[in-house]
Design a protein around this ligand. Sequence first.
Ligand code: ADP
Length: 388
Amino acid sequence: MFSRKKQMEEMAFATAIQSDLAIRAISDGVVVCNTSGHILLINPAALEMSGFTVGDALGLDISSVITLLDVHNQAVIWDFKQIKQSLTRSDLQLKSNTGAKLTPVEIHIIPSNTTKLPDYQIVSSSNHHAAPQDSFIITLRDISLELKSEEARMDFISTASHEMRTPVATIDGYIDLALNANVATTDDRARGFLEKAKAASKHLGELFADLLDVTKIEDDGQAFRYEKVDVNALLAEVADEMNQQIKAKGLALNLASATTKINPLYYAMVDKTILREVLTNLIGNAIKYTEKGGIALKVTADDDYITISVKDTGIGIAPEFLPHIFQKFYRVDNTDTRQIGGTGLGLYIVKNSVENMHGKVWVESQPGQGSEFFISLPRVKNSDGLQI
Ligand code: ADP
């Protein structure tokens, strides 16, 4: 229970900063709450989105003023008790009090013990600075325009991708026909040329696909759609999808989480599609650069980070190449790798994607001894932030 004195101090603080011009002028919604969720400050942009007036909103519980809906149109529950660190979500919509308006928003919640509020001088009974110590700053950014332009961009990318891949597939098909002894007659020399053309058209197809992925990640992840993802479940899904390829090469798959009875729930706030691509890339490389043995996938976590590891028993990477492998278009060029196709973009995409999601990627490898790639991502607890 908050004491009467503390309540008065908080309200005095709210009144003082409510009239602050800077906060009023911010085009994003700004709300400050105490730990019980009572609104101490709300700016005009947040009022506009929620449909409330300042007199009505101040002092109310945030859940009655800021109604957020998840992707399934379910209202999320505000729970400040568990929030220990700042969090961001961009998969929610803010519903106005009449229900007539839905605004897609990116929400940031910052506990005020990590961000000190400005020192407003409050005239209160005890006449001291009364800025509350345990409060939460919530910002709400209207992302409707961004979503629209992102949609247009993605439409363009997928159309362009389709337009480019179709002729490549046609060329590929005709080369196959020319190489087929039942359909066409070729001498050995022509066959050699056609095989080279076939390898180049395959490479071109991969290059288009990778370049489109690069387009997606090179805007600092602004288009990423963050959601809470169960990392173990996602890794198991990707492993399952790729198991056919792993088996086809005669390799073994070891998924550590699948062998433990109790699968721990490790959540990360990430773009699920992007993380899926990252894992597909790393497992794809493990398959490509391994001739015998197998691939081991593992998820571990401490309080703050989840670490995913993709380990193979393949050709490994010499120390002089290691600092370069995450660079754009870099490929190790030696007798082991020359016969293996690739674009040199996969690990660049992995690194950029993971860093955009506030994570890290690194590798441990020895030539001939296999490689182990690691990704670490900030961990969120099941109950962190907004519960659904
Ligand atoms: P590529 O399309 O050439 O595979 P990547 O960006 O995915 O491009 O990888 C860059 C280089 O790093 C590769 O050319 C390869 O030499 C090396 N590499 C990546 N993954 C592995 C692995 N699991 N084992 C051995 N070498 C690897």
